[in-house]
Ligand binder design. Structure first.
Ligand SMILES: Cc1cc2nc3c(=O)[nH]c(=O)nc-3n(C[C@H](O)[C@H](O)[C@H](O)COP(=O)(O)OP(=O)(O)OC[C@H]3O[C@@H](n4cnc5c(N)ncnc54)[C@H](O)[C@@H]3O)c2cc1C
Length: 477
């Protein structure tokens, strides 16, 4: 993975930069010892690492603004960081950058149950947003599998989704407003505690902008009443393609489950070894969950079972208790950890039209055989968001490059069938150079012109999202 050469003039001014940051931040908010900055050298895409020049952990929007003003004046790049769980290398530092972490911004600022919103600082973890409102019978819907660790900051930057987003939408559908600091230190408010904002949809632009446009410090989030109940059904098939066809038929029938998750055999075997969830050994498993009153759940599951049976399942197991529901979800939620025990892996995130699932799964199998690297599939099938996990050995020379090549073939396939490079993990560095496969040069130019407006010096999270060749002139200027 190519990254720009660090600028020697910035490296040479490290001491001056740190002195100036000390003027506006408490001492313990600045980490400049190279042994300590290494803790920030990568995110969850651990194949790529680079310790930053320094790390700052401001404790308020005002401190973020003051620090950004200094970096702006000195021409120092800044990489915003939430919890560092990005799977796309979105929070990967460059050697000449300041990592701006929001981990100290974790407060709940306001909860309003009448108007169903919560306002939080963005360093707060996703799960603890629900934690703050659940005793009043509410929850925050977007639920990335990393929700115990990942921060609202990263969720907004990546427009994150999760298993239950089939029904509730992803972050952008649950985000009402942000407070954000521009690279020159200007603080702006977009949206708020009301439906839709006047003027252009700048909030929509910010959500998913991968730290390119500003540093988000506060967020107003939609909270929802917890449903009366939920029940999953586990459906096993003896082929990936048949399971894919079943997903396609469920969606076509107009039922709206809250989640349809898919796991293939390599993933089922790994999670059984790891979590002993009691999954049947078959080629493909679907977890389909519906919500509502008991009567609504019975009605929806009856229809789903009728569709599933038409595809001759080898297993059809409806949960009968909260313990059984937890067991059904246990394997799915442990899947990434389980795969990590077997080998190094790279997790892809292409999105495809649901009707293309059978074809794409078959092609992935063929490509896996052609490249000689195992691929396990676990993903949000209901919205066509694929997560092929390519297994490789980071210690074997050439394996990472082979894995990157296979990954890019799979993502190109997603684009070719009418999908796109990323559903929820973002572009980061991982898919940066594939953007030219999805977008024409004039499309990329239009997207970069938007960054020009927010960050004319191109200092925020540089060398991400846009192919280096396209963004070179702007970054160098
Ligand atoms: C095991 C595992 C499972 C996962 N499952 C899912 C899943 O189900 N769904 C999903 O969507 N993702 C998933 N992810 C990916 C990841 O958790 C999400 O992308 C998450 O939103 C990243 O949040 P973070 O706080 O860790 O952000 P980081 O990794 O710190 O940063 C991510 C991006 O956000 C930018 N950023 C961070 N803070 C700010 C800020 N304050 N202002 C502006 N930009 C900022 C960064 O520059 C970077 O580009 C998973 C990751 C792991 C490791």
């Amino acid at each position: 993975m190519e990254m720009p050469v660090p600028r020697p003039d910035i490296l040479a001014r490290k001491a001056e930069l740190i002195d100036r940051l000390h003027e506006v931040l408490p001492d313990d908010a600045i980490i400049s010892d190279p042994a300590e900055t290494r803790a920030y050298e990568c995110d969850a895409l651990t194949a790529y690492k680079c310790p930053p020049l320094t790390v700052i952990l401001p404790g308020s929007t005002e401190e973020v603004a003051a620090a950004l003003r200094i970096c702006h004046e000195m021409g120092v790049p800044v990489v915003p960081r939430g919890a560092g769980t990005s799977l796309a290398g979105g929070a990967l530092p460059t050697a000449d950058c300041v990592i701006l972490g929001v981990s100290r911004l974790g407060e709940v600022l306001e909860t309003d149950y009448d108007n169903r919103f919560i306002r939080v600082q963005t360093g707060r973890t996703n799960l603890s947003v629900t934690g703050a409102v659940e005793e009043h019978g509410f929850f925050y819907a977007p639920d990335p599998s990393s929700q115990l660790a990942c921060a609202i900051a990263g969720n907004i930057a990546m427009n994150s989704g999760g298993a239950h987003c089939l029904k509730y939408g992803v972050t952008t559908n649950n985000l009402m407003g942000v407070r954000m600091v521009l690279m020159d230190g200007t603080v702006v408010e977009l949206g708020g505690a009301h439906l839709d904002a006047e003027g252009l949809d700048l909030l929509g632009l910010i959500c998913g902008s991968e730290g390119q446009l500003g540093v988000v410090t506060e967020a107003t989030l939609r909270i929802l009443r917890k449903p009366e109940g939920a029940r999953p059904v586990l459906i096993g098939y003896d082929s990936n393609e048949v399971a894919g066809a079943c997903v396609s038929d469920i969606i076509k029938a107009g039922v709206l489950p809250v989640a349809i998750e898919f796991m293939d055999r390599p993933c089922i075997e790994a999670t059984e070894d790891f979590a002993q969830a009691g999954y049947p050994m078959c080629e493909a498993l679907l977890i389909v969950e519906v919500e509502g009153s008991d009567a609504e759940i019975d009605e929806q599951l009856a229809l789903i079972e009728e569709i599933a049976r038409k595809h001759d399942p080898v297993e059809l197991r409806q949960s009968r208790s909260s313990e059984e529901s937890a067991a059904i979800w246990l394997g799915r939620k442990s899947a990434f950890g389980a795969m990590g025990q077997i080998n190094d892996y790279m997790c892809l995130d292409g999105t495809i039209p649901v009707s293309q699932l059978p074809h794409v799964l078959k092609r992935i199998g063929e490509l896996s055989a052609q490249y000689g690297l195992g691929v396990a599939n676990v993903f949000h099938a209901g919205d066509g968001n694929m997560h092929p996990l390519i297994l490789f050995d980071a210690n074997k020379p050439g394996d990472l490059e082979l894995c990157e090549e296979l990954g890019s073939e799979i993502l190109k396939l997603c684009v070719e069938v009418g999908g796109c490079l990323t559903g929820e993990h973002g572009v980061g560095i991982e898919k940066r150079d594939l953007m030219a496969h999805q977008y024409a040069p004039q499309d990329l130019e239009a997207q970069m012109a938007v960054k020009d407006v927010f960050d004319p010096k191109w200092l925020l999270n540089p060398a991400k999202v846009f192919p280096l060749a396209s963004s070179d002139a702007r970054r160098v200027a």
